[in-house]
Every structure is written in structure tokens, then in C-alpha cells.
Design a protein around this ligand. Structure first.
Ligand SMILES: NC(=O)c1ccc[n+]([C@@H]2O[C@H](COP(=O)([O-])OP(=O)(O)OC[C@H]3O[C@@H](n4cnc5c(N)ncnc54)[C@H](OP(=O)(O)O)[C@@H]3O)[C@@H](O)[C@H]2O)c1
Length: 315
């Protein structure tokens, strides 16, 4: 099968398509023929060395974490899937070297979900990681009916889904995006918009119950000003402070800080699929690329300007 692989971490010079054997599903895994896979910044960030200290498994690695396709074989102990099932999900790219930008991938069942008939492979692949991230952002931010929520980076992969999830939960959403994308984020449910390019953070309105930072780039001092006294700041990129310092500070009450660490969670995916079925959530696909043009797709993602998602067509 063809797989997009790299043999060293640091730059993308050695990234290329290689012909490698189809993997065998281990116990608790299913083998999926990948039809579509979407690109997340973490895919190229791992390859370029952003997470050297936490990445496990070394090289070579096949890039990719989101997937949608059909089950073609099951490992021992798997009872919830059978060959022929249409599935989607994402794998943990920090722990697994066998990614999803390949003809097949062996994926753990806890990261695999049945793909509803109304969703195509492109939509399933686009939705998996950003859907789970958006619902987790809203859970950590205690977003519910009447919440005042700021989504920073609202036109990107995570942000545009976070706007829709917060809106579907009954929140009033303010979105940051460049001016040309305000119409887009309003169409997803944003109540008001801020052009982050012309409006410095110090002039952004405050009094938010939750700030969902999908860029993320809001300094701690600004977080304080944006939030109510009991508000929640949630970042998509946790760091040492998020893990060590913030849980201690959060115990003192007042404003709370959290970071998204995705874990397998069927309830989160169920919420995503519920909104999709109700017509309240859709993934915007900026462009699909064939696997052979994966480098172009990666360059587009690295521009930091993608509106919605980029998807790779695999087979
Ligand atoms: N913890 C997790 O599990 C998890 C999961 C998914 C993603 N992430 C992380 O979350 C971040 C966002 O991911 P993504 O997939 O949404 O990225 P993305 O799709 O590449 O984001 C692109 C968007 O970011 C916007 N943007 C860029 N700079 C901005 C700024 N200064 N202020 C406001 N918006 C800005 C752009 O909007 P304009 O075009 O309007 O400028 C563009 O639409 C990444 O760092 C990613 O690694 C973490």
C-alpha cells in the first residue's frame, strides 16, 4: 500500500510516498481501508519537531491521524465492528507510528466509530478530531444555554466547529476571524465578530463566561480581562503550566484554566453526530487533495489560513 512517511524528525525534506506492507490489526484493533483522511496541524507539527519530548515510537512514521473508510479485518477481542462497516475516527499521533495517510491503517476500536449513512467519507474524516476537540472545549468551558462565549480562531478547523457546538448548546458566540471570514462564521451561528487583525486584544469586549482559544495566542493577562470572575479559559494546546500550575490555581476558585487533551470518548462523538443529524453542525471543507498532492495540502495547512478543513482523498 502507499503511505506518506518520514524517516527523521525536524523538517519535511524526507517526506514522501512509499510502498509498504499492509499492517495487521493487533488485539483490540480494526484494519481500515482508508478512503479519506483530513489534515490537522499536529500531523506536520510532529514531523517538524514541535513535540519531540512527548512523541513516542521514533521513526519511520506514517503521517496522519483522522480517518474514514471501511473495516476490512478485525483483531482478536473485537466485537463491535465487522468487515464492511463504514467507520471514522482519529488515532493518537503522539503514540502511534502508523498514521492514516495510507491505503490502510490498523486503529484501536476505542478511537473508531460507525459512520452514519448520511455522512460521506470526506465529511467523516474532516469531522473526527475537530468535532471531538470542539465538544471537549465546550465541556471544559462549561458552555451551556445562555453562556457568553468567545471563540478565538473561529474560521479554522477546530474554531468553526466550536462556534457551531457552542451555538447548538444555546450559547451566545463572539468569534474572532479576519474580516473576509466574518460572513462565514456568522453563517455558523456567531452572534458577533472581531477582526483580530485590526482590533488589538486590549480592545476586545470582556465579560465572557468562556474563552475557547483555538489559535491559541491569548496571554494570561488578557485572559483575566476577557473573563468573568468565574469564567473558564480553554486552550487547544496545553503546556507545562496547563498541566502543573493551572490545576493548583483552579483549586483556589475564581477564573479557571484548562487544556484539551483528547482521549477516546464515545459520548463526545455521540454529541457531534447528534448535531449533524439535526442539521446543526457541518464541517466546511476548504479543499480536497489526492494523496499524491499531500505536500501541497500540508503547505496550505502550514499557512495558518485554512477556512474549515483540508481533506486528503486516499482511495
Ligand atoms: N489538543 C488537541 O487535541 C487539538 C486538536 C486539534 C487542534 N489542536 C491545535 O489547535 C490549533 C488550531 O487547530 P486548527 O485545526 O483549528 O488549525 P487551522 O485550521 O490551521 O487554523 C487556521 C485558522 O486560524 C485562524 N487564525 C490564524 N491566526 C489567527 C489569529 N491570530 N487570531 C485568530 N485566528 C487566527 C485563521 O483565520 P483567518 O484566516 O481568519 O486569519 C485560519 O482560519 C492548532 O494549534 C492545533 O495544533 C489541538
Amino acid at each position: 500500500m502507499l503511505a506518506l512517511r518520514y524517516h527523521s524528525i525536524g523538517d519535511l525534506a524526507g517526506l514522501g510516498l512509499e510502498d509498504i506492507p499492509v499492517p495487521e490489526p493487533a488485539a483490540g484493533e480494526v484494519l481500515v481501508r482508508i478512503r479519506a483522511a483530513s489534515l490537522n496541524p499536529v500531523d506536520w507539527k510532529i514531523a517538524t519537531g514541535s513535540f519531540r519530548l512527548i512523541v513516542r515510537g521514533g521513526v519511520p512514521r506514517t503521517m496522519g491521524s483522522d480517518f474514514a473508510g471501511e473495516v476490512t479485518a478485525i483483531g482478536s477481542g473485537v466485537t463491535t465492528f465487522t468487515p464492511g462497516d463504514r467507520v471514522f475516527g482519529f488515532i493518537d499521533p503522539f503514540r502511534r507510528t502508523g498514521g492514516t495517510f495510507a491505503g490502510f491503517a490498523a486503529v484501536p476500536v476505542e478511537f473508531t466509530h460507525h459512520l452514519p449513512a448520511e455522512l460521506g467519507y470526506t465529511d467523516g474524516a474532516a469531522l473526527a478530531c475537530v468535532g471531538a476537540t470542539a465538544v471537549t472545549l465546550c465541556n471544559l468551558g462549561h458552555v451551556g444555554t445562555g453562556s457568553k462565549v468567545l471563540v478565538n480562531g473561529a474560521s479554522g478547523g477546530v474554531g468553526h466547529v466550536a462556534v457551531q457546538v457552542a451555538h447548538a448548546r444555546g450559547a451566545q458566540v463572539t468569534a474572532t476571524a479576519s474580516a473576509a471570514r466574518h460572513e462565514f462564521v456568522r453563517s455558523l451561528g456567531a452572534h458577533s465578530c472581531i477582526d483580530y487583525r485590526t482590533e488589538p486584544m486590549k480592545r476586545w469586549p470582556g465579560d465572557f463566561d468562556a474563552v475557547l482559544d483555538c489559535v491559541p495566542n491569548i496571554p494570561r493577562s488578557v485572559q483575566r480581562r476577557l473573563l468573568t470572575r468565574r469564567g473558564h479559559y480553554v486552550t487547544t494546546v496545553p503546556n507545562a503550566a496547563t498541566f502543573v500550575l493551572d490545576p493548583l490555581i483552579n483549586r483556589c476558585g475564581g477564573r479557571q484554566r484548562h487544556g484539551v487533551m483528547l482521549k477516546p470518548d464515545a459520548g463526545v462523538i455521540e454529541e457531534v453526530l447528534g448535531y449533524v443529524a439535526q442539521g446543526r453542525l457541518r464541517c466546511a471543507i476548504e479543499r480536497e487533495f489526492p494523496l499524491q498532492l499531500a505536500r501541497d495540502a500540508i503547505e496550505r495547512s502550514r499557512s495558518g489560513r485554512v477556512q474549515g478543513k483540508i481533506v486528503l482523498r486516499i482511495s
